[in-house]
Design a protein around this ligand. Sequence first.
Ligand code: SF4
Length: 236
Amino acid sequence: MDRPAEQVLQWAVATFAQRFAIVTSFQKEGTILIDMAARLGLAPRVVTIDTGRLPAETLRMIDSVEARYGLPVDVLRPAESEVETMVTRFGSELFRESVAQRKLCCQVRKVRTLDRFLPEVDAYAVGLRRGQSESRENVEQIDGAKISPLAAWNASDVEEYLVKHNVPVHPLYAQGYTTIGCAPCSRAVRDGEQLRAGRWWWEVEGDKECGLHFSPEGKMERTVDVLLRDVIGTNA
Ligand code: SF4
């Protein structure tokens, strides 16, 4: 059974101490976790991934959050050599070519970057909610090392918290975005579209996931692995 988000966060910090972090891309839910921790008097490590393709507004959010909460945000970056090899081999806009190439880009810029960081912690919190999309409807509040305190929250819970506590909100929401990732792969949603429709909108078959939270399956996984080996060698 789900527990209140505050209780989960408190437990995680008490249990894992310095080996716990909030990993966020400064979407509403991630910023709520930071605010909640501050409100509870907790000071967990806050970590974000700068993929090299983030919108300027996200980079400015890092400064806003640091100033508001008086904490440093650790910025993780992909391995330069991997990005360089990938871009040389497939081009900087490779993600438009196929779902597999898009997932390759997400692997190199996001997933592998997070994977290199994870040995530094025993647990980390993210802002996943079951209501965000079909692929997230089975998210557990505690799933191994990954903790999603807001798993059971709905969109109204999020909005209510933001207003009540005057939490800094990523400026792209005001332009109609409902989910925010890299600049070339995120856009505002249109009336009637689903919450994650603004991610990789040109894909007909993509699952709207980058691989940070859910791995590609079956044939797609093998295709991405082959491309990845091309970029980083045989150890992928
Ligand atoms: S969201 Fe787009 S630019 Fe960012 S890592 Fe994934 S494919 Fe690459």
